[in-house]
Write a protein that binds this ligand. Structure first.
Ligand SMILES: [Zn+2]
Length: 106
């Protein structure tokens, strides 16, 4: 990280805020798209995938982009239909053994 970066770009502030104005509607669109995707069960990659420390249940993303889980120690890697239960902002509970996991945000 270069701490001099801010100074260097100071006289570009005007064009930057102009750019920000242009980008803002796009950013709002992206947020809307993420919300829509989430409501459809599509994983939008806003956190790391969970891997239970208490049992073999792990999360993965299916080919269609939806979130799925399977048992790591099983040969069947298709969605077992279970979902980690969201407890808090970054805490999820395993539906199998009840272990509370901290999600890693990306
Ligand atoms: Zn578990």
């Amino acid at each position: 990280m270069n701490h001099g970066t801010h100074k260097k770009h100071k006289n570009r502030d005007n064009s930057l805020s102009e750019l920000a104005q242009k980008i803002k509607p796009l950013a709002e669109d992206i947020i809307w798209i993420q919300k829509q995707a989430k409501s459809l069960g599509i994983f939008v990659n806003d956190r790391g995938l969970l891997e239970c420390t208490g049992c073999d249940l792990v999360e993965d993303v299916a080919i269609d982009g939806s979130l799925m889980t399977y048992h790591k120690e099983s040969n069947d890697m298709t969605d077992c239909g279970l979902r980690f239960e969201k407890m808090d902002e970054n805490e999820y509970r395993c539906p199998v053994c009840g272990t509370v996991l901290k999600a890693q945000f990306l």
